[in-house]
Design a protein around this ligand. Structure first.
Ligand code: HEM
Length: 224
């Protein structure tokens, strides 16, 4: 009689690595995010500056929650090598908002409902490394990829350079491509069963949906 082995972690020889599963599993969500009205107006130069400033304000709340979760994982010694100081965005967003709105920026911004929902999800799942990984992947690899396109477009359309768009600058990362490769290697090194890998992909799809909902709220406020 053969006894089935216990659920094993991913076998690199036979199983799809997490980074590949994430890319393929979120391809449609990515295309939908790129096509959202808010992003199209941001890229096309038809979004008023106030819309970009509001995006920064919402991102402040989101990254505060994401990076607090990362800090808790580091403190617990369970961050799986996925929390990088080079990626931390909150100080850059605060500098951008101070540049764009002045030192009293906190009194001028408010949280949109989709942001509140996104922050709540991060608080709910962020202490669990696989699900933290899903959210960190969705934001940071996006910022290191399409974010660089967005930066050039925002600078061009709103006459900004550096100050106000430092969110998209990673001064401690000299070459983005090798850094992204290391990030993907860290994802692939997480000890996950195939079922857990699929759960990470599902949570990344949740993260994309939360981003789309945020873009929808921002579009309602700023796209005419
Ligand atoms: C105009 C908007 C966007 C453009 C032009 C864009 C473009 C790109 C490009 C060219 C890549 C591939 C980079 C590479 O292979 O190294 C990429 C990857 C990625 N983008 Fe976007 N993107 C946009 C919006 C977004 C948004 C809104 C999100 C999520 C909130 C996002 C999340 C990601 C992620 C997670 C990856 C990594 C995919 C992977 O290799 O696993 N992107 N993006």
């Amino acid at each position: 009689m053969t006894v089935s082995p216990p659920a094993e972690v991913l076998d690199p020889a036979t199983d799809v690595p997490l980074s590949v599963a994430l890319r393929t599993g979120t391809r449609d969500d990515h295309a939908a995010a790129e096509r959202s009205a808010f992003v199209e107006h941001l890229v096309g130069g038809t979004l008023p500056l106030a819309g970009y400033v509001d995006l920064a304000a919402q991102q402040h709340a989101v990254y505060t929650a994401l990076e607090a979760a990362g800090d808790r994982l580091v403190a617990a010694g369970t961050d799986g090598g996925l929390v990088f100081s080079e990626l931390v965005r909150v100080p850059a967003i605060e500098a951008d908002l101070a540049h764009l709105l002045g030192d009293d920026w906190r009194a001028q911004v408010r949280e949109l409902p989709a942001t509140t929902a996104y922050v709540a999800r991060l608080a709910e799942v962020g202490d669990d490394l696989p699900r933290y990984a899903a959210h960190a992947y969705t934001r940071y690899l996006g910022d290191l990829s399409g974010g660089q396109v967005l930066k050039r477009m925002i600078e061009r359309h709103h006459g900004l350079s550096g100050a106000g768009v430092s969110f998209y600058d990673f001064p401690q990362i000299h070459r983005l491509k090798p850094f992204k490769d290391v990030y993907r290697e860290r994802l692939d090194a997480l000890a996950l069963t195939p079922a857990q890998r699929d759960e990470v992909v599902e949570e990344a799809r949740v993260a994309f949906r939360l981003n789309r909902a945020l873009f929808a709220d921002l579009a309602e406020a700023h796209v005419r």
